[in-house]
Design a protein around this ligand. Sequence first.
Ligand code: FA5
Ligand code: MG
Length: 441
Amino acid sequence: MRRLASASLRSPWREVHTPPASAGASTSISILGVQYPRDACTNVPPSILAKIPRGLHRVPNHPLNIIKRRIEAYFQRLNSKYALSDSLPPVVTTTANFDDLLIPTSHPSRAPTDTYYVNATHVLRTHTSAHQRDVLRLRPQPVGHLVTADVYRRDEVDVSHYPVFHQMEGIRTFERAKLEEEVEVDRIPERPAGVDITDEAAEPGGTNSVQNAHGKEEAMMVAQHMKRTMEGMVVELFGAGSKAGENGEPLKMRWIEGYFPFTGPSWELEVLYMGKWLELCGCGVIQQAILDETGNNDRVGWAFGFGLERLAMKMFDIPDIRLFWSEDPRFLSQFKSGDLGTLRFQPYSKYPACYKDVSFWIPVEGYHDNDMYELVRDVAGDLVEDVALIDAFVHPKTKRVSKCYRINYRSMDRTFTNDEIDEIQEGVRQAIVERLGGDLR
Ligand code: FA5
Ligand code: MG
């Protein structure tokens, strides 16, 4: 297994420094020592800029680092020729993040309500798939790649969603003419007894068809290899015994149909966690156009994108995604090696929750719920456990829209006073008026 030579991709992380708390009037935005001109599209708030240098997946003994190394070791055992990378800078072009992946110009993921724009031409990568073309262009082309990175999205606020999270992209390609032999090369473990896996979307067709460029048998062979590889990885992380599932039940996974412009057919893999299906990844057979345009027209392959926090939450019983950002030694010290097979996070606090509702008339144009979620994370930080839209109505005469959100405050490492929360809530209310143009009720 070899590391990507840093020169073959963009410059590695060099300088790490915290951006200024307020970059309001500045004409440029500084990210990891590189200056990018600001323009009308710039929408990265200071709270996000401050997280960029953390690189949690590279911090020794951090649960995300443990998972990353565990998965890399698993793939190394399957096939020693996977290339690894975990230090690609987070600013990518809109071309790399969207166009190169055949994402249509009208796709919602491009909207500034969903994506952090550094400026009109650059974004904070919203997924590790933004590096697919970079790695597929490498020569000689390795059999596969694992690319781990921090990714950024304006998204909901709750225990399993955070605006910065980590993904691992896996890619495996095969020589088309020798596919039958090549899918047998990797030493994929047998599916252990007792693991409960359902695959209702196994048969491609309808909205999840085989690409025109592929024969059905060929596509199925690639998909089978991908699913067996990924199931093996999940079993490797969570174990197969009765303790791996819930309440003494075996581990439960299911494949459901997925949709991604850059794969076809596509699937998502879910695992049962705390009584609910938790989405772990998206994956599929790589669009042949992407392989052709990167000089791999004699190859076929698959790709996946796993959310590392989701894997770590299930593996270590971590109940809240904010904990990954904690600098409290009571969190980090729990992951100092030991027997990872049985290591479970021991919650050190169950501090009380405190709900606060806020209602306002939203501006007539250009408002998105994600604007509110981001504002709350920005003003109140990690004291917020989740934000829920609990009511919305249209005024019968004025047609103005009113929305009511419930903010659930709960600290992970201390108790807070009512006054403290009142003050933060006041800050949120003020920001609704000043930043969102909302009209408080
Ligand atoms: C993608 O990002 C695709 N790039 C995955 C892919 C790669 C498909 C290669 C095909 C081929 P999606 O948006 O579903 O897909 O995100 C992938 C995973 O990231 C999710 O399954 C979930 O585990 C994790 N994830 C998504 N949003 C968040 C969030 N806000 N917080 C934490 N984890 C998240
Ligand atoms: Mg998804």
